[in-house]
Design a protein around this ligand. Structure first.
Ligand SMILES: C[S@@+](CC[C@H](N)C(=O)[O-])C[C@H]1O[C@@H](n2cnc3c(N)ncnc32)[C@H](O)[C@@H]1O
Length: 242
């Protein structure tokens, strides 16, 4: 079991899910769980009945007991109650950048931190975004990103893309210092692009933008956190639509 979990962390067709909340969301959004283990099934069942009764039965079906010492070797960091291996769904991320309904898609341009990638996916799922595409080398299905997203990778198309496709929907750059965002100006089905934590947006995207907008900040503040910017823009869109 130790080897299976270690191998799965590097298998692009699989996802390692650590922790109750991540597995709860994965199950809720239809994850195909191949294997799941927990050191204390009674505690896990109590947690599920209290916090997520809708998945308690399914959780009890899929989770097998494992020795506590062995479990710590499967999940070396953190205080997860359960760990699982699931199949990654067929994402369709590139397709979501060129087609789909009026909800925006999020493009993260070479982000650096899996925790930011995870937090951005979590809020994108909550706000009803169409997809989250990521350029660069940070896999949005990395176990740390899955923890950061509380498993919401399973709720919408999420994946790495080599670049923004040529026929992508209208491209809106979210860029500090640009004119303030007015959510009514966001075109239907827009691709909202966010830059990396240190360098911001890359030149390739800057050359292709249909619109560039910013989130106003008080004097002296240069930028806000990447995932916080994703949250602010998506909720401006969602609340503006209402
Ligand atoms: C930490 S910021 C990058 C800061 C970088 N030094 C720059 O100047 O772009 C990461 C990303 O979050 C978004 N962001 C952060 N603060 C923003 C703001 N006030 N307005 C618009 N976007 C913002 C942008 O997409 C930005 O590329």
């Amino acid at each position: 079991v130790v080897e299976r979990f270690a191998r799965s962390r590097h298998d692009p067709s699989l996802a390692v899910i650590e922790g109750f909340h991540a597995l709860k969301h994965a199950l809720r959004f239809g994850a195909e769980v191949l294997e799941a283990v927990a050191p204390d099934l009674g505690a896990l069942d109590r947690l599920a009945r209290e916090l997520a009764p809708d998945v308690a039965g399914r959780l009890a079906e899929v989770v097998a007991p494992v020795d506590a010492g062995l479990f710590r070797r499967l999940v070396p960091r953190g205080s997860a109650e359960v760990a699982a291996i699931a199949r990654r769904p067929e994402a369709g991320v590139s397709e979501a950048l060129v087609s789909g309904g009026p909800a925006p898609a999020v493009l993260l341009d070479s982000p650096r931190h899996p925790s930011n990638v995870g937090a951005a996916i979590r809020v994108a799922a909550a706000a009803g975004a169409r997809a989250v595409a990521v350029t660069g080398d940070q896999d949005p299905w990395h176990p740390a990103a899955i923890r950061g997203a509380a498993g919401l990778q399973f709720a919408l198309p999420v994946g790495l893309v080599p670049a923004l496709p040529a026929s992508a929907r209208p491209l809106v750059l979210i860029d500090p210092g640009r004119p303030a965002l007015d959510p009514r100006m966001l075109p239907d089905g827009a691709v909202l692009a966010f830059g990396s934590e240190r360098r911001g947006l890359g030149e390739e995207l800057r050359g292709r933008a249909d619109l560039s907008v910013g989130l106003p900040m008080r004097d002296g503040v240069s930028s806000i956190n990447l995932a916080a910017a994703v949250a602010a823009v998506l909720y401006a869109w969602r609340l503006g639509r209402a």
